[in-house]
Design a protein around this ligand. Sequence first.
Ligand code: AVJ
Ligand code: FE
Length: 434
Amino acid sequence: RSSIDPGTLRERALDALTRARDRTALLTTCVEDPDLTAQHSPLMSPLVWDLAHIGNQEELWLLRAVAGREAMRPEIDGLYDAFEHPRAERPSLPLLSPDEARRYAADVRGRALDVLESAPFEGHALTEAGFAFGMVAQHEQQHDETMLITHQLRRGPQALTAPDPAPAPPYTGPSEVLVPAGPFTMGTSTEPWSLDNERPAHQREVAAFHIDALPVTNAAYQAFIEDGGYDEERWWTPEGWAHVRTHGLRAPLFWRRESGQWLRRHFGVTEAVPPDEPVLHVCWYEADAYARWAGRRLPTETEWEKAARHDPATGRSRRYPWGDADPTPEHANLGQRHLRPAPAGSYPAGASALGVRQLIGDVWEWTSSDFLPYPGFTAFPYKEYSEVFFGSEYKVLRGGSFAVDPVACRGTFRNWDYPVRRQIFSGFRTARDA
Ligand code: AVJ
Ligand code: FE
């Protein structure tokens, strides 16, 4: 049971859905229609697929599952089922045109808002505390991040702009923080819109460890490159070594070296790689190799969450590093307010109880852990959100990037991807045994 009253939750759901749709509109109107139907990378869908898929999932969950309505356009369900067609195949499908997709998504939304007015927020699993509405808003925001990745991969002039984060005051704290040994509560059984893989809350024993107070920066990563990190097999796992050799990786995605300087292409603009920003667009193999080179290792997922949530004064796990309050712009770089991570050492107000900074927002952080269910996991409301991905193929990322909306980000939130992926907004921090 949520302690927040149903009226407030209903307003929050409306607000989250509206914010997601405003962002979707921005991401699908800042370029002309040919850029919506084109495939900018075989790793990604055409933007117009994401747009109609967002509407289709909203129809499936809010209109059909919650309100028991008939399918509006049963013939399109297969086109927008992510499991029926891999991304690379989607451009060749008879997809809705940009105008049709916009109209369909808007039509679904109009009806979904009617459903929201009267859906029972108590006594029904799917709508308890507004869950289905929160889930649909999170789904749209996740695809908005996916679409932002497509924008980053797109060739051509800049289409999106946002103010840069404020320069960080110099960070004078310690480079790493000791997280003491002892039990800690991982996951949640009370967060009303948490997704199935975050549940249930359970106790874990964690040995003492040290974790970086800040994410690894571009300058630090450059030192690894310049020390020959990509040429030395000893830093890499066998799979990682095979991967960098086969694909000729020499630096993070989007970087190139010119006249002795590292440049990168960032949302259509070539810029010098900013030394103080958290490193972005590295795969798990690169993060893991850097950590070994530095004499350290990636944190486990459990260690990451303990560093983020454990309050040694009370023994409690908090919702966020800074406490239980929802994120504000003072706490973290979230919601695509900026189109880049903030310099390492930013957001003192977002520090954890132990003083670890920037765990939420800025860059997704690779952990050493495989994506596995917690003890007592039950798939809800569908196996295809998490359950079908459990196993050793995927590594867990934590904390969310600058492109994650607050509705889809919590101390317990789990993301996952293949260890070779680096078009995502991924970085990392390192740890060591105490
Ligand atoms: C949780 C980000 C891995 O994008 O594949 C979107 C989220 N699930 N639609 C993804 C998701 C279904 C998912 N990730
Ligand atoms: Fe989806």
